[in-house]
Structure formats: structure tokens, C-alpha cells
Design a protein around this ligand. Structure first.
Ligand code: ST9
Ligand code: ZN
Ligand code: ZN
Length: 381
């Protein structure tokens, strides 16, 4: 493997290697070798951005986030200084938990990665929860997320973490996307989402659903049921709750692509980050998740500690609402971790210099998924 280190790369702390990563294994028009970026420290600028790509700031979003953060700080003040009723705070926690499940169990593990199947009532509930979270409609969320897994840390990745903490955290939502996102991302499979009437209905009606479901209903309930001041409820349950869950979600794209161990694949940026797992309802076991994106647990852990989303899916499976749960069995995980892990799982003496990068699979059903994985994956009916 060739390693190139130009002055700009050294200066920006980014080393670009041209690996043998194959993004579409048997497609006739396979893309050229994709640079694999290994960060040595936080990059100030991305090498490819210096080669002519220009930021195009979307001021509407910048201003929107400034306003939302200001209201959220006011809401925090109201909450912490005892201006709102305890019932309102408890209600905020419930709403935040539901919206988190809409993202983790719904948009992420069900719709983006097809880790399991869900019956209609569960899909409807998850779509309502996902709307509470206001992180774009399911279709757009899934498209960006599949593209993130398929083209991780390249220009085609919507929140390419080699562009730094801020960009991958929230900066990507305030600039126009790199042209590679739509040109390469356009080839990613979305037919399964198009076939789901729940997803398509939400997409069609998203513009009026968001103000109603994300902000108005959660603010009116405390006002109607226990006479909280409407504006207080709006600031605390509406906006503060929303901004906190956004930051917790964004940490998966930023912190869990920077800090932590890589027991399953040391050649990719995603890490095992328990703090993020705690804050993001079990989605911080991100090295495992990028290695086995189709695993409904999104972690190797056999218990529910720091993974409430897995407990929720198992509960729904017991009720018959979720089925076809896919998970990597212990021997598959073991094999992968011996082959590409950083040694933090176990077998410290098993280090090797083999730099083959696996991954580039968005989930269950991806044509690039290894036959071996498909064969030995456990499917729980
Ligand atoms: C938000 C999302 O915050 C957060 C996602 C986080 C994901 C984390 C995942 C981690 C795991 C789960 C963790 C859960 C934790 C839960 C914890 C809870 C406590 N492929 O986008 P446009 C094409 S959202 C293919 O407008 P611009 C397409 O043709 C926050 N093609 O690009 C498209 O047209 P159409 C709230 C693509 O103009 C066209 O390009 N929302 C793709 O560059 C234009 O697309 C906001 O803030 C693709 N991936 O604008 C809104 N993408 O759609 C922010 C695009 O018609 N968004 N195309 O098909 C925007 O305003 C804009 O998207 C933009 C870019 C300004 C950022
Ligand atoms: Zn990731
Ligand atoms: Zn994922």
C-alpha cells in the first residue's frame, strides 16, 4: 500500500493512504481506489478541500441552530433553577427517550440496516417516535446513513469525520453537501424504503408533521394536563429536549469516530466509546457496528447495560412485533477481531500488519456483504 504525505497532509495531521478497499465488489464500474484517511491528530483542513472544493454555508441553518441553542440554554436555566414543575421535567425525559428509540430502534437498526423486521404497528409507533426526534424524515436519514457506512470518511460520506470534530458533529448540516455525496450515494439501494408505506407517508407529510409532533404536541400536553406555562413547556420539552438529543446523536458521528478502542477493525475510524453508548441509547459501540452493521444489537455485549435499544427490540420480539433479528455469532466476531482488531478485545500477541480494509457495507441485503457473514449470521425468528 502506498502512503503519501504531502506538506498539507502533515500540516493538517492527516495521512492519506490508497488502499485496496473495494466499494462495489463486482460492479463493472467500480470506483477508483478510495483514500483511507488515518488521523494522527485533529485535522484543521481536509486535503481534498484545499484542492478546489469550496464551502457553501447555508445561513438559514446556521441561524436556525443559533436560535435553537439560545432557546435551549434558556430552557436549561428554567429547568435547573426550578421554574418548571417536576412533572414537566419527567415528561421531557419520557419524550426524549421515545425520540431516541425512534432513531436507534427505528431509523437506524430497522430502516437503515435492516437488522430485523417489524410488523405494521411497531413501524407506525417508531415512525411517530422518529418524527419526535426531528432528524429529517426516515427516508433522508436512512439515505445519508447508508451512504455514511458505504463510503465512511471519504468525501462521499455526508459527515466525513476526516474533516474534523465540528464538521462531523454538526457542521455538515450547515453547508451544502460535497458533490460526491449525491453522485456516489445515488447508487445506494433505497427500494426497500420506497416499498414501506409508513416511510413514504411520513416523507410526504413531513413538513407539517414536524412542527406538530416535534414541538406543538409535546408543549401542549404539560399545558393542558398540569397547567405548565406554555412557553416554559415549549422551551424545555420542545427545544431543550430536542437540542440535547441532537448533540447526543451527533456524538456518534464525531466522538465515536475519534476516541476509543478498535477491537474489531483497527483500519477504520469508528471506535468503541462507552460514554457515547450511554448517552446515545447503546449506539456508541461504533467499531463493532461498522464491522457488523446488520447486527440488531449494534454491539457485541450480551447484556443490556448501556444498550437500552437492544432490550427494547428483544421486548418487541417477545410480543411478536419484531422478528428476523440478525446477530453475529461469537465465532464470527472472534474471527474478525483476530484478523483486523487492534488487540484490545484479547489476543494481544495476535498483532499483524495486514492492512486490508473490510466494511463498506450498509447493512443486511447489501450486495457487497461477505458470503461468510451471511452464512454464519444468526437469525432469530
Ligand atoms: C440530523 C441528522 O441531525 C442526524 C443524523 C445522525 C446520524 C447518526 C447515526 C448514528 C447512529 C444512530 C445514533 C442514535 C442516537 C440517538 C440518541 C438519542 C438521545 N445520497 O440534502 P440536500 C442528493 S438532522 C444520495 O438538500 P444540499 C439528492 O438528490 C437535524 N443522494 O443537499 C437530494 O435531493 P432529494 C435537522 C443525496 O443542498 C439532493 O442531493 N435537520 C444524498 O447540499 C439535495 O440534498 C436539519 O438541520 C445522499 N446521501 O443541502 C436539516 N444526499 O432530497 C439539515 C443528498 O430531493 N439539512 N442527495 O432527493 C439541510 O438543510 C441540507 O441537507 C444541507 C445540505 C444544507 C445540509
Ligand atoms: Zn459511523
Ligand atoms: Zn449505522
Amino acid at each position: 500500500m502506498a502512503t503519501s504525505s504531502s506538506f498539507a497532509q502533515i500540516w493538517s495531521g492527516v495521512q492519506v493512504e490508497y488502499g485496496d478497499r473495494k466499494l462495489t465488489s463486482d460492479a463493472p464500474h467500480s470506483p477508483p481506489p478510495t483514500p483511507i484517511v488515518h488521523r494522527t491528530s485533529m485535522p484543521k483542513t481536509h486535503p481534498q478541500l484545499q484542492a478546489g472544493y469550496k464551502w457553501q454555508i447555508v445561513w438559514r441553518n446556521v441561524i436556525g441552530f443559533i436560535v435553537l441553542h439560545s432557546i435551549a440554554i434558556y430552557g436549561l436555566y428554567l429547568g435547573l433553577c426550578g421554574y418548571v414543575q417536576i412533572k414537566t421535567i419527567l415528561f421531557m425525559i419520557v419524550v426524549a427517550a421515545c425520540s431516541a428509540l425512534g432513531i436507534t430502534v427505528g431509523a437506524h437498526r430497522l430502516w437503515a440496516h435492516r437488522c430485523y423486521s417489524a410488523r405494521l404497528p411497531m413501524r407506525v409507533l417508531l415512525a411517530v417516535f422518529q418524527t419526535l426526534a426531528f432528524q429529517n424524515h426516515i427516508y433522508e436519514w436512512v439515505r445519508d446513513h447508508r451512504v455514511h457506512h458505504k463510503f465512511t470518511d471519504t468525501d462521499a460520506d455526508p459527515h466525513n469525520s476526516s474533516r474534523g470534530f465540528f464538521f462531523s458533529h454538526m457542521g455538515w448540516l450547515m453547508v451544502r453537501k460535497h458533490p460526491d455525496v449525491s453522485s456516489k450515494g445515488g447508487a445506494v439501494e433505497m427500494k426497500d424504503l420506497e416499498a414501506d408505506p409508513v416511510v413514504m407517508w411520513q416523507k410526504k407529510h413531513y413538513l407539517w408533521l414536524v412542527p406538530l409532533v416535534t414541538f406543538l404536541i409535546p408543549s401542549f400536553i404539560p399545558y393542558w394536563l398540569w397547567q405548565e406555562r406554555f412557553w416554559y413547556a415549549f422551551a424545555v420539552v420542545g427545544v431543550t429536549r430536542y437540542m440535547i438529543s441532537l448533540h447526543f446523536t451527533w456524538l456518534v458521528n464525531s466522538a465515536a469516530h475519534i476516541w476509543g478502542t478498535k477491537p474489531y477493525d483497527k483500519n477504520i475510524t469508528p471506535t468503541e466509546n462507552p460514554t457515547v453508548a450511554l448517552l446515545a441509547f447503546g449506539e456508541g459501540w461504533h467499531n463493532y457496528h461498522h464491522a457488523f452493521p446488520w447486527d440488531y444489537k449494534a454491539a457485541e455485549l450480551g447484556n443490556y447495560r448501556l444498550n437500552f435499544s437492544t432490550a427494547f427490540i428483544d421486548g418487541c420480539a417477545r410480543l411478536g412485533l419484531a422478528y428476523n433479528l440478525k446477530t453475529a455469532n461469537a465465532s464470527l466476531v472472534e474471527k474478525r477481531s483476530r484478523r483486523t482488531g487492534d488487540g484490545t478485545k484479547r489476543h494481544h500477541h495476535q498483532h499483524h500488519n495486514h492492512h486490508h480494509v473490510e466494511g463498506g457495507v450498509w447493512g443486511w441485503g447489501d450486495e457487497d456483504m461477505a458470503e461468510d457473514d451471511k452464512r454464519v449470521a444468526q437469525v432469530i425468528d
